[in-house]
Structures are given as C-alpha cells and as structure tokens.
Design a protein around this ligand. Structure first.
Ligand code: NI
Length: 216
C-alpha cells in the first residue's frame, strides 16, 4: 500500500497565506475547508511540487555529492526474473519512476525515453543505455499489467515492479516522491498518484550521474 498524502502542503499554504497562529498540523476536516476555500490549491500544489523537485535535484548537483541512487531489488515484468541495481553494471541506465494508470505524464515521459534511445541509435559511438521504468504502484501494476502496458513503448524499456516495500526502497534511493492524489478514491482501485517526474541517468559503475526533469 502506498502511503496516503500527508497534509504537508495545505498546512504550508495556510501558514504562508494569512494566519501565522496555525502551526499545528490540521486534520482532514481542515483539509476539506482548504479545498472548499481555494480552487487554486491544485495549481499551487503542482507549482510547489515542481519547485521542490527542482530544488532537491539542484541541491544534488550543487554539492556534487552523488548521494542519489543505491541498491534496489525488483522484478522484470517481461519474464518475472529478479533484477537489482547490480544487474546493470557495465551499462548506462536511464531510470524513470511512474505508474501504468498515469493518464498522460508517464506516457509522455516514456515516449521521450524512446526518442532518446532513437537519437542515441542514430549517433555513432553512443554509449549503450538501458531504459528502466520502475512502478510506484505495485498494488495495480502486476507483471501482467506492465507487460500489457509495455507494448505501447520502445521494446527496450524494461518495466520493473516489486513488493510495496521493494518499490518504496527503490523510489527512496532516488528520492522519488509519490502519494495518492485523490484521498476519497483511495478506498477502491481507482486512484491517481502524484509523483516526481524525473529521468535519472546512472553510470556503468552504478553511480548516479545526472537527472532530467519534465521540461528537459
Ligand atoms: Ni505519471
């Protein structure tokens, strides 16, 4: 199970907009009020998310400390085999985290991934890059679902998933954020995830090299 969204952003929205006395975490009732009061909250939320992602990513490059990445273990949906970060030593890896029910952003990023691969193909002497899609939604992204989903994209992209703990660990290693977007829909299987939209480039030695945001 993915964790439910915490009331972090609405709290900040409140604190920054008017009332400095609201310091304590607000409950779900408070969230409902915020939602009713501000139609701009969703926009604010997305802008803030983008800012956070960019800031977090910039921090990495500014300090020059490759602290992103780390060991992970997942299952390749193509054949059910267990793969780890170590399975890709010797190759460059382009890694993306998302979920197959994502309506537009993940598909767009996967198409972008395919275009990157095509450009590398066209350029003589390009390094070999292994593209990986890591599911943030193990609850719905079964191996079968991912195999079905994979048919729409470059055949080289490998779609990985694991237990919820394995998916969380992989996402955590790359500081990928994800949370259920629609609180009310969480009870059934119809929900969306908010998540980081970043492509990570990992070197042949397994070390994080660079990242690319949605606008790259
Ligand atoms: Ni997505």
């Amino acid at each position: 199970m993915l964790r439910r969204a915490r009331p972090l952003l609405p709290r900040r929205a409140l604190a920054s907009s008017n009332s400095p006395r609201i310091k304590a975490p607000i409950g779900w009732g408070g969230l409902a009020l915020v939602g009713a009061a501000g139609g701009g909250l969703a926009v604010y939320y997305n802008v803030e998310k983008e800012k956070r992602q960019t800031a977090a990513a910039k921090k990495q490059t500014t300090y020059g400390v490759p602290s992103l990445g780390g060991p992970w273990t997942l299952v390749d949906s193509a054949d059910g085999s267990v793969v780890t970060d170590a399975s890709f030593r010797g190759d460059y890896v382009l890694m993306y985290f998302g979920f197959s029910k994502c309506p537009d952003i993940c598909p767009a990023e996967l198409v972008k991934m395919g275009e990157v691969l095509a450009r590398l193909d066209a350029k003589a002497g390009s390094p070999r890059v292994k593209p990986l899609f890591v599911s943030l939604d193990p609850r719905r992204d079964s191996l079968r679902q991912l195999r079905h989903y994979a048919a729409d994209y470059d055949a080289r992209v490998r779609f990985l998933v694991g237990t919820p703990a394995q998916c969380r660990a992989a996402a955590k290693a790359y500081r990928v954020y994800s949370s259920v977007a629609d609180e009310d829909a969480n009870a059934d299987d119809d929900y969306l995830l908010d998540h980081s939209i970043v492509l990570y480039l990992v070197g042949p030695d397994g070390a994080f090299l660079d990242f690319f945001t949605q606008s790259t």
